[in-house]
Design a protein around this ligand. Structure first.
Ligand code: ATR
Length: 284
């Protein structure tokens, strides 16, 4: 048991601020139970000023793994011993693995998103034309993994066109990318196979808002939203209702980013069914 602490149990947790509403503890506790692994996954409220001390404590206390959430995903990097290729490319870490005091940072958000999208909505992304709405941290988090799937093209559409163009430019060596403004979406969207909302537009409590008008979408394409509260945004529901789109909720990204983390920590395949059930129960 490479992961076991002195007590033979696995110690896991999530650091963030705020942290009380995180659904990770319920999801991972169910995962550990299903795997028959003794241990604990605890929420840890960490202020930005205590981040360095907290990371040292991970080594001291023998935590095997830590999830990292807002606002620490970028700031944590200098405190780690190494970061993997995708975390480096994205510039953010959401999972830390402690191997005998050596801390390595990973980013499972993007690969978790793609695993979820492929298993639930679009089995093959190769050759697909993808539109990503938004150009912030969330968009950056999924772009690396999307580009590994070799889509035909990725158009990044953002309120600030400049930010979309910058993001497209910074990944230009990785594929056919283009940045546009929200006003140009109608011109490009007809050629798309998959449209993904990465903005917070439509998130609780602003559940009536939509990032774009679903009427401009082509019939029957895949529409995905990173938001999971509500489980299905108005954008998804209206895209399905008005255009017969195949819809994909952000809850799958959350599930699979956690599944990858648990697999990194334990070396065992994650019990997806049990983790999904616990997650859905905790979301109410
Ligand atoms: P995150 O990490 O969630 O991506 P972020 O880095 O602050 O957060 O980025 C937020 C993204 O949502 C940006 O692309 C932002 O557009 P701008 O770059 O133009 O600010 C987009 N966004 C947020 N609120 C929006 C709104 N009301 N309408 C359109 N886009 C919005």
């Amino acid at each position: 048991m490479p992961w076991a602490s002195e007590t033979g149990e696995i110690l896991l947790g999530v650091i963030g601020s705020p942290i009380a509403h995180s659904k990770s503890p319920q999801m991972h506790t169910a995962g550990l139970k299903a795997l028959g692994i003794k241990g604990a996954y605890v929420p840890l409220h960490v202020h930005p000023g205590s981040l360095g001390e907290t990371i040292s404590s991970i080594r001291t206390l023998g935590f095997r793994g830590i999830n990292v959430t807002l606002p620490h995903k970028v700031a944590v990097i200098p405190y780690l011993d190494a970061v993997d290729r995708s975390a480096e490319a994205i510039g953010a870490v959401n999972t830390i693995v402690n191997n005998g005091g050596v801390l390595t940072g990973y980013n499972t958000d993007g690969i978790g998103y793609v695993r979820s999208l492929k298993s639930e909505a679009a089995s093959d992304l190769a050759g697909r034309r993808i539109m990503v709405i938004g150009a912030g941290g969330a968009a950056r988090g999924i772009l690396d993994a999307l580009l590994l799937e070799r889509p035909a093209s990725v158009i990044i559409a953002n309120r600030s066109r400049e930010k979309a163009a910058e993001l497209a430019e910074s990944w230009s060596g990785r594929g056919d990318l283009k940045g546009i403004g929200l006003g140009e979406i109608e011109e490009y969207v007809q050629g798309m196979d998959i449209v993904i909302n990465t903005t917070s537009v439509g998130m609780h409590p602003n559940v009536d808002q939509m990032p774009i008008d679903p009427d401009i979408l082509p019939e029957g394409i895949v529409v995905s939203d990173l938001i999971y509260n509500p489980l299905h945004t108005r954008f998804l529901l209206e895209s399905e209702r008005r255009k017969g789109c195949v819809i994909h909720s952000g809850v799958g990204m959350f599930l699979y980013q956690g599944a990858y983390a648990l697999e990194y920590w334990t070396g065992r395949p994650a019990p997806i069914k049990e983790m999904r059930q616990a997650l859905l129960e905790s979301l109410g």
